[in-house]
Design a protein around this ligand. Structure first.
Ligand SMILES: [Zn+2]
Length: 151
């Protein structure tokens, strides 16, 4: 559709501040493409141009789209299964292990993966990984500890 450029003297629908209604107005003043001042054809009063409808819809739209972040309440709650406290990785590793065979931990001795180690603080553990030059990861009851060792 062809939109004719508006200019002063044209009729335009605007909200009249006195009549408090959307009525035909005559454009009195414009700034560029924007209508700034109009005269009401009904009451004859001049006032600043108010668009026929206060455009509030875009704001409401953006509010709804913003809260559209996918929430998955079922993912976290429905799975009530508690983290099994029962046989931990450590207990599984220790199954069938005689603590008496554990090697006393000392930072100046070498370890190899799978070796059972007895630590004065952490207790019995099993060597998970040996990292050069001098680090050994041992799985104790409390969890994996990174300790020093010699290779
Ligand atoms: Zn009016």
């Amino acid at each position: 559709m062809i939109v004719r450029k508006r200019s002063a003297g044209d009729n335009v629908e605007a909200k009249c501040t006195r009549c408090r209604a959307v009525l035909n107005h005559t454009i009195v003043a414009m700034v560029g493409e924007r209508i700034v001042r109009v005269q009401c054809n009904t009451c004859g009063g001049q006032h600043n141009y108010h668009p026929p409808q206060e455009e509030k819809k875009p704001a409401e739209r953006s509010a709804t789209t913003r809260s559209a972040a996918p929430r998955t309440p079922s993912a976290g709650r429905s799975r009530k299964e508690p983290v099994p406290k029962g046989p931990s990785e450590w207990e599984q590793s220790m199954a069938g292990v005689d603590p008496a065979t554990a090697t006393p931990y000392a930072m100046d001795r070498p370890f190899r993966t799978g070796e059972i180690v007895s630590h004065p603080v952490f207790g019995i553990g099993i060597v998970m990984t040996v990292t050069k030059p001098n680090k050994v990861e041992i799985l104790f009851r409390d969890g994996v500890k990174l300790l020093r060792c010699a290779l």
